[in-house]
Design a protein around this ligand. Structure first.
Ligand code: UDX
Length: 438
């Protein structure tokens, strides 16, 4: 099928590469020319395990452009809108880029039936809104109403950064929301190799044993949009729940790891997303919980459980710094080494990363901050130039003569450090924000 993906961020680029690998003819479009140049030269503009390799494998089926006219919209079967939807100050999503993409698409649609898919995480109801924008742009260009020339669908993405390609090839489910049955058929055909798991998998991402088929959930637009928010909010509150339990466990002398195992083995609860620590960060949980609460407010509803999950989560960062302070007594002038800056391992993404809040609070209390991260240091330097941090390439050097070492992101490399030597004279405090060390 002929596919266009608008936006080459995490979601768009992964979608394009995976569909290209599966044999579809994919154009990846982004207004950012630098990104497109990099992609044309075969390089990924984002850090994601296996992405460079997959880009190479799918390269023959991929075209990159930053020009809508070059994107051949009139001959395209499926158009994914996967542009950014940053948060507005009130927590609602900024849909400026979605609107722009929908207008550009609407102007160029022609007689061929095209499915326009909202892949960006958009507020509930955006599918209908995009439909209106596409239709108005179409009418303006053609001077007449479109007659079944296109349909809008919602196909939310559940991939996790750091394992985005694995999640795309081997998802727990694919959700497609649309009121038009032909749109659902088109997307079912598009995803058939994944649904049936009959594609030849790439060596770098072998199919897990026993993984034979993927459930397809088809529903209306609003339900598909809400599935995404409800799933992320549930995962976010699961993490906040275990962190709340962890607080009490610490007071009564119980072990949160044993508790998580003990409750996670109940199949109604499940073992995943029960790692206690300094809580969630990243591009989705904070944004999506805020957006759900903001949507509820528009309907005069409150969402006390989700709001509580947010409060618990963001308070953890302050509590972590208090733990450091209690341990060192005085922070002023003390050297504190932060291990890990990215919001989680295997990504260089700093969006809503706990490290940022923690470092800001440490600096405000007069600590000297050193930091190491295997991949996120360049982003930290460019995005937070005002933070006075001494960066190290080698974590073993970063910890020399530190008063405290803070494990903020659980990169595997930190397990391999020579902890016996580092901790031998008992002077340095190791404060583990991720329950990473035994
Ligand atoms: C999340 C969702 O998992 C994914 O389905 C959605 O499409 C996008 O948002 P992502 O943000 O990439 O993915 O990372 P995820 O692995 O879910 O972790 C989110 C945050 O929660 C990280 O900061 C992580 O450190 C934290 N976390 C996760 C915990 O604190 N404890 C856990 O048990 C699991």
């Amino acid at each position: 099928m002929k596919v266009l993906v608008i936006g080459t961020g995490y979601v768009g680029l992964n979608t394009g590469v995976v569909l290209g690998f599966l044999g579809h003819d994919v154009t990846c479009m982004d207004l950012n020319k630098e990104k497109i140049e990099l992609l044309r030269s075969g390089k990924s503009p984002i850090y994601e395990p296996n992405l460079d390799k997959m880009l190479e494998l799918a390269y023959g089926n991929l075209t990159f452009t930053s020009d809508y006219d070059e994107a051949d919209i009139p001959n395209t079967d499926v158009i994914f809108i996967a542009v950014g939807t940053p948060s507005n100050p009130d927590g609602s999503a900024n849909l400026e880029y979605v609107q722009q993409a929908a207008e550009e698409v609407g102007k160029r649609l022609n007689d061929r039936f095209t499915v326009v898919v909202n892949k960006s995480t958009v507020p509930i109801g955006s599918g209908n809104w995009v439909e209106t924008i596409v239709r108005d742009a179409y009418i303006e260009k053609h001077g007449q109403r479109p007659i079944h020339h296109y349909a809008i669908a919602s196909n939310p993405e559940f991939l996790r950064q750091g394992s985005a390609l694995y999640d795309s090839f081997y998802p727990d489910r694919i959700v497609v929301g649309a009121s038009d049955s032909q749109a659902i058929d088109v997307l079912t055909n598009l995803y058939r190799p994944i649904l049936n798991q009959d594609f030849n998998y790439p060596d770098c991402l072998p199919r897990p044993e026993g993984f034979t088929a993927v459930p397809l959930v088809t529903c209306d637009l609003a339900s598909a949009e809400m599935i995404k928010y409800a799933a992320n909010s549930f995962l976010a509150l699961k993490i906040s729940y275990i962190n709340e339990i962890a607080h009490l466990a610490e007071k009564v002398g119980a072990d949160i790891n044993q508790i998580a195992r003990g409750i996670g083995l109940d199949s109604r609860i499940g073992p995943r997303f029960l790692n206690a620590g300094i809580g969630w960060g990243g591009s989705c949980f904070g944004k999506d919980t805020a957006a759900l609460v903001a949507t509820a407010h528009e309907y005069n509803l409150s969402m006390p459980i989700i709001e509580a999950a947010r409060d618990v989560n963001y308070h953890l960062r302050e509590e972590f710094v208090t733990r450091v302070q209690n341990s060192l007594k005085i922070l002023k002038g003390k050297t504190v080494t932060v291990l890990g800056l990215a919001f989680k391992p295997n990504t260089d993404d700093l969006r809503d990363a706990p490290s940022i809040d923690i470092i800001q609070k440490l600096l405000a209390r007069g600590a000297k901050v050193r930091a190491h991260d295997p991949v996120a240091v360049p982003n930290m330097k460019s995005q937070y130039p005002e933070l006075s941090i001494e960066y190290f390439d080698d974590p073993n050097k970063a910890v020399i003569d530190s008063d405290a070492i803070l494990l903020v992101t659980e990169w595997p490399v930190y397990k391999k450090m020579d902890w016996k030597t580092i901790l031998k004279d008992g002077k340095v405090k190791l404060i583990d924000g991720r329950n990473f060390f035994s």
